[in-house]
Design a protein around this ligand. Sequence first.
Ligand code: LMR
Length: 336
Amino acid sequence: MNVRYTRRLLLVAAAGAFALPALAQAPIIIKFSHVVAPDTPKGQGALKFKELAEARTNGRVKVEVYPNSQLYKDKEELEALQLGSVQMLAPSLAKFGPLGVKEYEVFDLPYIFKDTAAFRAVTDGPVGAELFHKLEAKGIKGLAYWDNGFHIMSANKPLHHVADFKGLKMRIQSSKVLDAQMRALGAIPQVMAFSELYQGLQSGVVDGTEGVPSNFYTQKIYEVQKHMTLSYHGHLAYAVIVNKKFWDGLPADIRTTLEGAMKDATTYANDKAAADNADALAKIKASGKTTVYTPTAAEVEEWRKALMPVHHEMESRVGKATIDAVYKATGFVAPK
Ligand code: LMR
């Protein structure tokens, strides 16, 4: 080997030695977009996933969290995920209909979950798995379900009786079950992106809404709604989803580590949900800007009576088999 050749080899090796760390430093980026404030159960869950994912992969993965619809609004974010412009989302289960998976709207049926344990029995069982399976044909993979408690109702007038809803324009998420629910109360449902809710209520484009206390507090809904009723008639939860091609293309060891990080972030987010919502409700009450009303047993009964027919009515939309599977998992007995 002549000297010049040896020197060239050494130079190539040296360049390689510099190039290697540079290669190792180029992290895999996961853009995680969502529509709520960072200081909510979902916002905190996303940040916990970032923390765990980055630490456990020693920086080989970087998670960029974009809260508050900074990148995309409700409908756009699902399109962006399918196109691969973002890699991870956690939309509410009430927003999957436009993707063509109407079965997700089963989660919106009024009073279908008597408590969080009943919801978990569904998502942890065959229905949860089957619904994730349905996403794969859409280029999406489901990783986890995150809970966020039960909906309350708000408006600028007291909502005690079903008749109080008559003619009110109520903002809903895109679910057809929520549409039917508001109609059953005599209200006029209006789909609106979450990012437009405060403005919509303030300007009177809509009169009222349903939502969870953590969102009502962080979006300052209590500033533009004089009355809230603790009806807990519906449930809010999310599916953490990823672009399937991106996820399947990850190195196997990274994917396994990220699955572990997601599992722990899920426990964290779910543990936070109840406490965060209780805390938000206390802060809303303390603001003195809105009245928070607890319905009487008779009023709860009146709402139930008006809303239960929605289960039967929505069989054609959601599928009777899916509804029955949820009943079975929760022990729910539909009133005759
Ligand atoms: C809503 O649009 O009301 C909720 O889905 C927002 C959220 O993600 O909690």
